[in-house]
Design a binder for this molecule. Structure first.
Ligand code: GLN
Length: 484
């Protein structure tokens, strides 16, 4: 059952070949056995998950089941889930039990999916290795001496190790795609505004987007059918007609124009990654696609632009954590200002504090024009590069990450090295475009390599099929880590 697709699981549940309680219990047993080595989950609550499974079984019996009814899905711990501890990977929220559901969580609840637990993540989604989590690092199931990527590293490890059927992630600069690549799974960051951010703890609001992570593109399409949709509680949620994200699966790729940005294939990419990406492109040619050389001249500025804008938004968003209304409060303080200072100094980890300081600096009087406004202008140029590129191609492909999974501790004291992990993913967030990563082979040390597919606005259904056709022709996505 652990190798079944979401569709197969749903079919087995509706045919009453297995009950949701049995399915959920078998995942919980596997988690009890494997999570201690991987640390993929922050919260597991068997009683809550099984109660949902019981309700799902009743719904299955009544014949009113949806595609995901009864299927155990893990949720990144950035999503507020009613009565669940919701920490965002931070000591600041170590005691925060959410009184309400994020929009995404209620969508899964309405679909009858089971919340299997809350997955580990970099603190406030800041990181590329899951090492900034207050709850300790997550281990990569392919090699537990290596990182799973971040910030959705717990989700990526849980999916790869078959500790859930599929799971959610969020992506501000690459946090769905990069961990998907490093753990050998599939992940999609939708067009900005397609999934509601209501109840998703904010990092950089103009970039944050929720999306699905799973073992295949077909699974991601079913997850998107649940996750996407308008929500009036998020002012950036887009009012669009409901889509069936599976609608394009099985369309042939004949005539598909794949743009290869020359900047992505210049220096910086590991030789082992390059080899796997080239082989994937060759496979796409066999499937009938044609290759177009394109250029994204401003994409080289995306990392510096991001590290002005994302910290600026974070410094503002994280000002709400002050020790007053909820979350961590320092045990000893002299007055109100001292209480704020000590609570924030003790409640936030080093990387989060670094971002708050950078953000406060670039927004301060005298620097605002030089940094923040300039970065906003370059953001527009980066987005315009894509508009030009899509006049010549249908999708853009390249690597997701410059290297495969690195060793735990390897980049810990060099923030810039860590920031460069997202060199191929960040421009997509700055432009608000959809992007995905799918497994396309293995590099040095037998670690997975991810192929990035970037689409035009709202072109998720086509992208999912582009990934699906590749997955019909290859089996990288169905390889499972051995030895855990
Ligand atoms: N690694 C990037 C950062 O630390 C992106 C994180 C994300 O997408 N949430 O900001």
């Amino acid at each position: 059952m652990f190798e079944s697709s979401l569709k197969q699981m749903g079919d087995a549940l509706r045919a009453r070949k297995i009950s949701s309680v049995e399915l959920t219990q078998s995942y919980l047993d596997r988690m009890a056995r494997l999570n201690p080595q991987l640390n993929a989950y922050i919260s597991i609550d068997a009683e809550k998950s099984l109660a949902q499974a019981k309700a799902a079984d009743a719904r299955l019996a009544a014949g009113s089941a949806d595609a995901l009814t009864g299927i155990p899905i893990a949720q990144k711990d950035i999503f507020c889930a009613k009565d669940w501890l919701t920490t965002c990977g931070s000591k600041m929220l170590h005691n925060f039990v959410s009184p309400y559901d994020a929009h995404i969580i209620s969508q899964f609840n309405n679909a009858g999916a089971i919340n299997l637990g809350k997955t580990n993540m970099d603190e406030f989604a800041m990181g590329s290795s899951n090492e900034t989590s207050y709850y300790g690092p997550v281990k990569n199931p392919w090699d537990t001496a290596r990182v799973p990527g971040g910030s959705s590293g717990g989700t990526a490890a849980a999916v790869a190790a078959r500790l859930c059927a599929a799971a959610t992630g969020t992506d501000t600069g690459g946090s769905i795609r990069q961990p998907a690549a490093l753990c050998g799974i599939s992940g999609l960051k939708p067009t900005y505004g397609v999934c509601s951010r209501y109840g998703m703890i904010a990092f950089a609001s103009s970039l944050d987007q929720a999306g699905p992570m799973g073992r295949s593109a077909e699974d991601l399409a079913l997850m998107m059918n649940v996750m996407a949709g308008f929500d009036e509680r998020d002012s950036t949620s887009l009012q669009r007609d409901k889509e069936d994200y599976t609608r394009d699966l099985n369309k042939p790729l004949t005539g598909l124009r794949i743009g290869l940005p020359k900047e992505f294939f210049a220096e910086g990419m590991g030789a082992d990654v390059a080899k796997a990406i080239e082989a994937a492109i060759a496979e796409y040619k066999k499937l009938g696609a044609t290759i177009v050389d394109i250029s994204l001249p401003n994409s080289k500025l995306s990392v510096p632009v991001y590290y002005v804008l994302a910290p600026a938004e974070a410094s503002s968003n994280l000002s709400r954590f002050d020790g007053v209304r909820y979350g961590y409060r320092a045990p000893e303080y002299s007055d109100l200002a001292d209480m704020y200072e000590k609570s924030r100094a003790q409640g936030f980890g080093a990387e989060v504090q670094r971002r708050i300081m950078i953000g406060t600096y670039v927004l301060s009087h005298g620097y605002y024009d030089a940094y923040y406004i300039k970065a906003q202008k370059i953001r527009r140029l980066i987005a315009q590069d894509f508009v030009e590129a899509y006049k010549q191609c249908d999708v853009i492909m390249g690597p997701t990450s410059p290297s495969t999974a690195f060793k735990l501790g390897e980049k810990g004291d060099d923030p810039v090295q860590m920031y460069l992990s997202d060199i191929y993913t960040i421009a997509v967030n700055l432009a608000g475009l959809p992007g995905m990563s799918i497994p396309c082979g293995f590099g040095d040390n037998d670690m997975p390599v991810g192929l990035q597919i970037i689409g035009n606005y709202f072109d998720e259904a086509r992208m999912l099929n582009v990934a699906h056709q590749y997955q019909l022709a290859t089996d990288w996505h169905s390889r499972a880590p051995q030895g855990i």
